[in-house]
Design a binder for this molecule. Structure first.
Ligand code: GAR
Length: 221
């Protein structure tokens, strides 16, 4: 690993398939990323096994052990600081974050969200797209700011919604594309091509007017 390889922490709550995609990309596809820590707020998160199999240090910080959101986030922050994580990747981390936490990591924390933001912040995104009669859905990666799922959007991938689609079929089709979106977007950070500036995304030094769009082969256009 090169000396200036980006140090990242990945925060999860569940299956961890996106964490696994990042680990695979590091191990087999030359992604220059040093995953220094995985944090889970759920001790039974299946994704923890992906981290341990790859010898990545794991810290379980159960939110149920803390009196409030702020003290839980402070415990997470302490770990991330000890690890000197430069990029915080929320990959299925199902927690609303305190303002202290989002302020502390402003410009250094990204979240994967299963909708075409700004549509459908929060939960139940596929169902809401179906109920609205949308003709497409997708996933977005955005910088995390104080508002829920509201920070500037870096990248997206889109799929059409077909007449017979339901939540399960959308999730099946979108899952592998989310993995590609996360790997390709994290690679932009590894190559220092993306930065945060005053509530916008700087890509190659210029403010993005639209999120980068991922082709289904895993590259951006
Ligand atoms: C992903 O589909 C991601 O978009 C979603 O959780 C899933 C995690 O899957 N994130 C959110 O809903 C965040 N609001 P994984 O645990 O298999 O990576």
């Amino acid at each position: 690993m090169k000396q200036n390889t980006l140090k990242a922490a990945v925060l999860i709550s569940g299956t961890g398939s996106n964490l696994k995609a990042l680990i695979n990309a590091v191990e087999s596809a030359g992604l220059e990323l040093n995953i220094v820590r995985v944090v889970s707020n759920c001790e039974d998160a299946a994704g923890i096994t992906h981290a341990t199999a790859a010898n990545i240090p794991v810290k379980v910080i159960s939110h149920t052990a803390f009196p409030d959101r702020q003290s839980h986030d402070a415990a997470v922050t302490k770990v991330l600081q000890q690890d000197q994580a430069e990029l915080i990747i929320l990959a299925g981390y199902m927690r609303i974050l305190s303002e202290d936490f989002t302020n502390n990591y402003c410009g250094r924390m990204i979240n994967l969200h299963p909708s075409l933001l700004p549509l459908y912040k929060g939960l139940d995104t596929y169902n809401r797209a179906l109920l609205s009669g949308d003709t497409q859905t997708g996933a977005s990666i955005h910088f995390v700011t104080a508002g829920l799922d509201s920070g500037p959007v870096i990248s997206q991938v889109k799929i059409p919604i077909l007449p017979d689609d339901d939540v399960a079929s959308l999730s099946t089709r979108l899952g592998p594309l989310e993995h590609k979106l996360l790997v390709a977007t994290v690679e932009l950070f590894c190559n220092r091509k993306v930065h945060y500036q005053q509530d916008s995304v700087l890509y190659l030094g210029h403010a993005l007017e639209q999120p980068l769009q991922l082709k289904h082969d895993g590259s951006f256009f």
